[in-house]
Each structure stands twice: as structure tokens, then as C-alpha cells.
Design a protein around this ligand. Structure first.
Ligand SMILES: Nc1ncnc2c1ncn2[C@@H]1O[C@H](COP(=O)(O)OP(=O)(O)O)[C@@H](O)[C@H]1O
Length: 181
């Protein structure tokens, strides 16, 4: 946690399809202070921050050094939401809050099917969600008190989660002697 940041760095992570981008977009709209939503997968493609493309898994192999170099100045300033399906690459000092989204695996299956993922990719992600891979990763990478596990099954969950994060942002600012809004 940085003492200099005027705005927090919030990591939203979870298995693909759990609702990271949906949450990040709504949070960016509802936050009392400006927050930039960075969808890391899109960024990697747009900025060429990858080593190669894996046609079998239809994914880009991220060049983590390049990615971290690109993100470093933004994280020092704060006011960002990092949206990615993994979080262990990010240095611990970057994160003020780590939200891990969870979803029932059969619902997740439907979401990934609708997205047009291959059966192999759906199975891999489904299993990862059942085994709570991302949650374990977050817990082993960051202090327990900044890691929050939230369900993302439906719209009520989405709205409640975002409202809760908004309250957390206000408290984070108050704790540092800043205006909450
Ligand atoms: N809490 C939720 N309630 C209803 N639909 C959701 C929820 N979370 C995600 N979805 C839906 O699931 C799909 C995947 O969501 P998305 O935000 O793209 O996931 P991710 O960024 O984690 O891959 C989208 O169609 C989205 O509308």
C-alpha cells in the first residue's frame, strides 16, 4: 500500500466469465472519484505486450516484464481498476483492494459457452473455478485483509458488490484525511 496515492488501486480478478469487466465498468461509472478501468487482456493485445500467440488455446502469452513496466507509472498515481483473470504477477505494493469474483460453475459454463469458447477452454476454466485457483492465488499474493471474495451470480450481486466497493473507496479516502466524495 502506498502512502502517496490519492486514489486507490483496485484489482478485480476471477476466472474468465465471473464478471470482472461488468463489475469494473459499473464501478468506474459509480465511483465517487475518477477510476480508469484497465482490461489487461485488451491492453496486452492493443499495446503488443505479448511474447507470442498460442493458437491451440487461442490466447496471447503475456510478456509480464513489459506489462509491469507499462503499468508501473499508472499504479503509482492510483485511481485505476486492474481487471485480469490472474493477479499474482502484480507487486504486492500496488494493491489497495483485491476483489475475487466467484460464480457457480454451471452458470459459468453457460456464460463461457455463450462467449464462443472452445470446449477445452470452457472445461479448463470451469475446473479452475471449482478448484478456486484464482482465490488461492490472491490469498497467497496479498495480505488477507485486502482480499475480498464476492459472488457474481446475478444483477443483485453485481449492484451490491459495486455499492460495497464504493463504500470501501469512501472509507479509504476518509482514513487518509481526504474528502470521501
Ligand atoms: N453478476 C452478474 N449478473 C449477471 N450477469 C453477469 C454477472 N457477471 C457477469 N455476467 C455476465 O457474464 C458474462 C461475462 O461477464 P464479464 O464481465 O465479461 O466477465 P469477465 O470479465 O470476468 O470475463 C457477460 O455476459 C455478463 O453480462
Amino acid at each position: 500500500m502506498s502512502l502517496e496515492r490519492q486514489s486507490p488501486v483496485i484489482i478485480i480478478t476471477g476466472t474468465p466469465g465471473t464478471g470482472k469487466s461488468t463489475h469494473a465498468q459499473l464501478l468506474a461509472n459509480e465511483s465517487p472519484i475518477p477510476l480508469q478501468h484497465i482490461n489487461i487482456s485488451d491492453w496486452v493485445k492493443e499495446k503488443g505486450l505479448y511474447e507470442d500467440y498460442d493458437p491451440e488455446w487461442q490466447t496471447y502469452n503475456v510478456d509480464e516484464d513489459k506489462l509491469l513496466d507499462e503499468l508501473e507509472p499508472l499504479t503509482s498515481a492510483g485511481g485505476i481498476i486492474l481487471d485480469w483473470h490472474t493477479c499474482e504477477a502484480f507487486p504486492e505494493r500496488w494493491a489497495d483492494l483485491v476483489v475475487v469474483l466467484r460464480c457457480d460453475h454451471s452458470r459459468l459454463w453457460d456464460r463461457l459457452e455463450q462467449r464462443g469458447y472452445s470446449l477445452k477452454k470452457i472445461e479448463e476454466n470451469n475446473e479452475a473455478e471449482i478448484m478456486q485457483v484464482v482465490l488461492d492465488e490472491a490469498r497467497s499474493s496479498y495480505a488477507a485483509e485486502i482480499v475480498v471474495e464476492l459472488n457474481s451470480e446475478n444483477t443483485e450481486d453485481l449492484e451490491a458488490n459495486v455499492a460495497r466497493i464504493v463504500e470501501w473507496i469512501k472509507a479509504w479516502r476518509r482514513d487518509r484525511g481526504m474528502e470521501a466524495n
